[in-house]
Design a protein around this ligand. Structure first.
Ligand code: FAD
Length: 408
C-alpha cells in the first residue's frame, strides 16, 4: 500500500486533516490509519451525552461514511501503527502490513494514563477515551450503585456529573488540594467543587489512592490513610500520555509529545504532527512549547498541516478555546491561563453566571466563563489586544468587556 498522504489517527485531527486537504485542492491519494473500529467521531460527548444515553453514536460521527468515499479518502481502520521508517517513508502496522507515504500526518492523540498501583487490571475499572471505553462502562452501569471517580480534571468532573444524572452515588477523589488545578485558577476550582457537592458528589481533596481492591471485580478503593471506599465501578481520569512512541523511536524530537514547529512539522522529513500529541510553540503561552488537549487545537493544527501539504503557506497561531458541560453549567474558556499572576472574578459565582479573568503583568491572557457566553465572545478581543484594563471595571459585570478593548 502506498499513498501520497497517510494520516495516523482517525480522530478529530486526522479527520480534519483529510477534510482540509481536499478543501484546499489536494488531489493526491489519502489514507487514514486508525486503531479504533469506528469512522472518526466526536470525543467530547463520551463523558457527557453519550454516557448519559442522550446522544446516539451515529450523531457523533464527524462525517458520514459516504463523505469519505466521495472524497476518495481510504479508511484503514482497526490497524495500529507500530513503527515508522523515516528513511523508507513507510509505516509498519501491528498486523505486519507496510504502508508507504510521501507525507505523513501523525494525529494519534493520547492514551489515558494508568494508575501506578495494584488493582488497575480488575474488571470494573475504566477510562474514558474511546467509544469502546464508554460502551464497556455502560454495559456494567445497571448493577452499579456507587462509583469512584479518580481525578478532578475535566474528564473526571464531567463523568462524575453524568453518573450523578444517572442516579449513581459518586465519590470523586482528587490528590491535590483543589480540582482543575492544572488548567484553572482557584475561584473556578472552588466553584466547581461546591457545585459537585451540592449535587451530591462526595468530593474529597488531598485524597491519595493506595490501591484498588477486589477479587477479579473491583470492590473498592483503598486510600493511603488506610480508609476504604466501597464501589462497583472505578473511573480513572488522571490525564493522558501523548501517543508518540513510534515517532520518537524513529528519532523525532520530543518526549511527552512530538515537537513541531509553527507549521506542524516534526524534526523528521515529510512528517507533520497535530492535535493532542503535538508539542508546539504557542504565542498565547508566551511562546512556550505546549501540548493542548482540545478540539479547537486538533482542528486548527490539522488545517495548517493540510494547507502546507497543499502548497499554501500557513502558520499555527489560533487563539485557544475550550468548553466543558457539567450539569446545567456551560464553561467556555479562551486563552491559556498558565503563568497568570492575578485573577479577577467578574460577577457573583453564587448566581452561577460569572467569569474569571486571568491577568499577567496587568494584561488579560485568558478567561473562564461560566454560563456567560457574552464575556467569552467579547473577552477574545482583550486577549488578542493584550489589553490591560482597569481591574475594577473588569470586575464589574455591568461593564461589557467590549468597552474595555483598546480598539473601541
Ligand atoms: P484523538 O481524537 O484522540 O484521535 C486519535 C486517534 O488515533 C484515536 O482514535 C486513537 O485511538 C488513534 N491512535 C493512537 N495511536 C495510534 C496508532 N499507533 N495507530 C493508529 N491509530 C492510533 N475537548 C474540547 O475542546 N471540549 C470538550 O468538551 C472535550 N471533552 C472531552 C471529553 C472526553 C471524554 C475526551 C476523551 C476528550 C475531550 N476533549 C474535549 C478533548 C478532545 O476530544 C481532544 O482534544 C481531541 O479528540 C484531540 O484530537 P486528536 O486528533 O489529537 O486525537
Amino acid at each position: 500500500m502506498q499513498f501520497d498522504v497517510v494520516i495516523v489517527g482517525a480522530g478529530h485531527g486526522g479527520a480534519q486533516a483529510a477534510i482540509a486537504l481536499r478543501q484546499n485542492g489536494f488531489a493526491g491519494s489519502i489514507a487514514i490509519v486508525g486503531d479504533e473500529p469506528e469512522l472518526p467521531y466526536e470525543r467530547p460527548p463520551l463523558s457527557k451525552e453519550y454516557l448519559a444515553g442522550e446522544k446516539a453514536f451515529e450523531r457523533m460521527l464527524i462525517r458520514p461514511a459516504a463523505f469519505w468515499a466521495e472524497r476518495n479518502v481510504e479508511m484503514l481502520l482497526e490497524r495500529r501503527v507500530a513503527a515508522v521508517d523515516p528513511d523508507a517513508h513507510s509505516l509498519l502496522t501491528g498486523g505486519g502490513e507496510t504502508i508507504g507515504y510521501s507525507t505523513l500526518i501523525w494525529a494519534a492523540g493520547g492514551a489515558p494514563r494508568r494508575l501506578a498501583c495494584a488493582g488497575t487490571d480488575l474488571s470494573g475499572v475504566h477510562t474514558v477515551r474511546t467509544r469502546a471505553d464508554v460502551d464497556r462502562m455502560l454495559a456494567e452501569l445497571e448493577s452499579v450503585e456507587r462509583a469512584v471517580v479518580i481525578g478532578g480534571g475535566y474528564i473526571g468532573l464531567e463523568t462524575a456529573a453524568t453518573l450523578r444524572k444517572l442516579g449513581k452515588e459518586v465519590v470523586l477523589l482528587e490528590a491535590l488540594d483543589r480540582v482543575l488545578s492544572r488548567v484553572a485558577g482557584e475561584p473556578l476550582s472552588r466553584f466547581y467543587e461546591a457545585e459537585h457537592r451540592a449535587r451530591g458528589v462526595d468530593l474529597r481533596l488531598g485524597a491519595m489512592v493506595d490501591c484498588l481492591v477486589g477479587d477479579r471485580q473491583v470492590s473498592g478503593v483503598r486510600l493511603c490513610d488506610g480508609s476504604e471506599i466501597a464501589a462497583q465501578l472505578v473511573v480513572v481520569g488522571i490525564g493522558i500520555d501523548a501517543a508518540v512512541e513510534p515517532l520518537l523511536a524513529a528519532g523525532a524530537a520530543g518526549d511527552n509529545g512530538v515537537q513541531v514547529d509553527g507549521r506542524c512539522r516534526t524534526s523528521l522529513p515529510d512528517v507533520f504532527a497535530v492535535g493532542d500529541c503535538a508539542l508546539h510553540p504557542n504565542r498565547f503561552a508566551g511562546g512556550d512549547l505546549v501540548r493542548l488537549e482540545s478540539v479547537q487545537n486538533a482542528t486548527d493544527q490539522a488545517t495548517v498541516a493540510a494547507r502546507a501539504i497543499a502548497g499554501i503557506a500557513a502558520e499555527y497561531d489560533a487563539l485557544p478555546w475550550f468548553w466543558s458541560n457539567q450539569y446545567d453549567l456551560r464553561l467556555q474558556t479562551v486563552g491559556i491561563s498558565t503563568g497568570h499572576d492575578a485573577t479577577v472574578v467578574r460577577g457573583d459565582p453564587a448566581t452561577r453566571s460569572f467569569s474569571v479573568v486571568y491577568l499577567k503583568q496587568g494584561r488579560v491572557i485568558a478567561l473562564d466563563c461560566v454560563n456567560v457566553t457574552r464575556d467569552y465572545v467579547q473577552g477574545r478581543k482583550l486577549i488578542l489586544e493584550r489589553a490591560a484594563p482597569d481591574p475594577a471595571k473588569l470586575a464589574d459585570p455591568d461593564t461589557p468587556l467590549k468597552e474595555l478593548t483598546a480598539g473601541r
